[in-house]
Write a protein that binds this ligand. Structure first.
Ligand code: SF4
Length: 463
């Protein structure tokens, strides 16, 4: 419990307390699961791999498979080549994946293992069977965050897999295909993006795609490699697309830029489609790229969201909100809270990057110019600010619940990880329908709190 957190704020630069992020390989492992038939491989000790798998399993409530190079003292001294070679041999012999996505850990980065050399050697020695693929991303956890790891693995997909077949511009425009890089969002969100895209009638490749991998229906059978995920062929064909929409500056833009550099596929950067404006922008981009009209069904969804925004405005207006989480999530959510006429007061991310502060400050410049906005921050700082000037609502991942509990603040779980609730697995947060759900959660949290705390004379049947 956090009863001991003090209101007195002392300057500290080289210390993070209760970080608002986790380590790079977790993001790399999650991204790798979005390739069909992929075995994520952790080049390091078993402890790292066990932690990363269990963290993802606790969030997604699904068994997460991954293998490890199983470093011991010997690998730490002499390097991990022998472990990697043995691991690749075992993985292809026992599990037979289509592709192995290797990410590094702190230990293999510190000893300086050369992963491309190891993959080349394993290929030459026939350890990687013909037709199988091994890709890699460097994910040292002493820098960056799980978001950086995710971005690095998606960029590795482009580096290793995407190709331009040399078709002319006219040939590509005959049957135009659009790439969508969805960012670090839940499988339910990826499923919802695909539903919107299908309604729009645009041909797309969405990668990575963890829907159908980490949100499987129960049919009594276990499949190590479920039917979902972007196929190698689809990611390869991304080099022949007419454009890429990267959803999120931090998680998706690096891969989109790499695709532009490698295959000359132009990219457009959008924020995650949380809320009204960001969903409008996403649909507008699909319409422009695909040369299609927006179907009436999506217009109706938008209308229902607008109606609900009007109905709930009385509860949201002017409420002070603290937000913590991944940078792409928080930027898009801040935009939505402004649309709901709320007042973000403290907005933090544990990841680093000046873009976060610049963009959030820009979003808040009219509605809440006095807000504290910090990149590379932590939950201890957030708690101290709340102690000094309280908020009406806290939005963040499960770790924020300790602050909400001790300060008695209404709390909405949002982002990654959510370890103590289930809904994110089934219900999307993106798109108009996702926005509606998010509003419902916020409203319920505020009104539940009011019902719990108010004196008897204001305890109302109708709110
Ligand atoms: S921070 Fe480094 S050592 Fe710790 S679990 Fe992550 S990769 Fe392993």
């Amino acid at each position: 419990m956090l009863d001991g957190t003090t209101a007195e704020i002392k300057p500290r630069e080289a210390l993070r307390i209760n970080p608002a992020k986790t380590c790079q390989p977790i993001g790399a492992m999650y991204a790798a699961l979005g390739i069909h038939g992929c075995m994520p491989h952790s080049h390091g000790s078993q402890g790292c791999c066990a932690y990363h798998r269990s963290h993802l399993t606790r969030h997604f409530k699904e068994p997460v498979v991954a293998t490890s190079s199983s470093f011991t003292e010997g690998a730490s001294v002499f390097g991990g080549l022998a472990n990697m070679t043995q691991a690749l041999s075992n993985i292809f012999t026992i599990y037979d994946p289509k592709i192995v996505a290797v990410h590094t850990t702190c230990l293999s980065e510190v000893i300086g293992d050369d992963i491309p050399m190891m993959i080349k050697k394993a290929t030459e020695e026939g350890i990687i069977p013909a037709g199988k693929v091994v890709i890699h991303a460097n994910t040292p956890s002493f820098v960056g965050s799980h978001v950086t790891g995710f971005a690095s693995m998606v960029t590795a997909m482009v580096k290793y897999l995407s190709e331009s077949s040399g078709k002319t511009e006219a040939q590509l425009k005959d049957e135009p295909q659009l790439n969508i890089i969805p960012g670090y969002i839940d499988p339910a969100d990826m499923r919802e993006l695909k539903r919107i895209i299908k309604e729009m009638g645009v041909k797309t490749v969405l990668f990575p795609d963890t829907s159908g991998v980490l949100d499987l229906p129960q049919d009594g059978r276990y499949r190590m490699f479920p039917s979902g995920g972007a196929t190698i062929e689809q990611i390869k064909s991304a080099g022949d697309s007419v454009g890429t929409i990267a959803l999120g500056h931090f998680a998706s833009h690096p891969a989109a830029e790499k695709l532009d550099e490698k295959c000359n596929v132009p990219c457009a950067l959008l924020e995650l489609p949380y809320g009204l404006t960001n969903t409008d922008r996403f649909i507008h981009a699909l319409r422009n790229h695909g040369g299609v009209d927006v179907p009436g069904t999506l217009g109706e969804e938008r209308g229902r969201l607008l109606d609900a925004m009007g109905d709930m405005h009385q509860y949201f207006h002017g409420k002070r909100v603290a937000i913590a989480g991944d940078p792409d999530h928080v930027i898009a959510l801040t935009q939505f809270l402004v649309e709901l006429d709320m007042k973000p007061a403290y907005v933090i991310t544990g990841s680093s990057g000046n873009h976060f502060e610049q963009r959030v400050t820009e979003i808040l410049k009219d509605q809440a110019p006095e807000a504290i906005v910090k990149q590379n921050s932590d939950l201890f700082a957030l708690h101290q600010w709340i102690k000094n000037q309280p908020v009406d609502l806290l939005i963040g991942n499960t770790y924020c619940k300790y602050i909400a509990h001790v300060e008695k603040i209404p709390f909405v779980r949002f982002g990654f990880p959510v370890l103590d609730r289930m809904g994110h697995r089934y219900f999307p947060g993106v798109g108009y329908m996702g926005a509606l759900r998010l509003m419902e959660k916020i409203n319920d949290a505020l009104l539940d709190h009011k019902d719990r705390e108010c004196p008897e004379e204001t305890f109302e049947l109708i709110q």
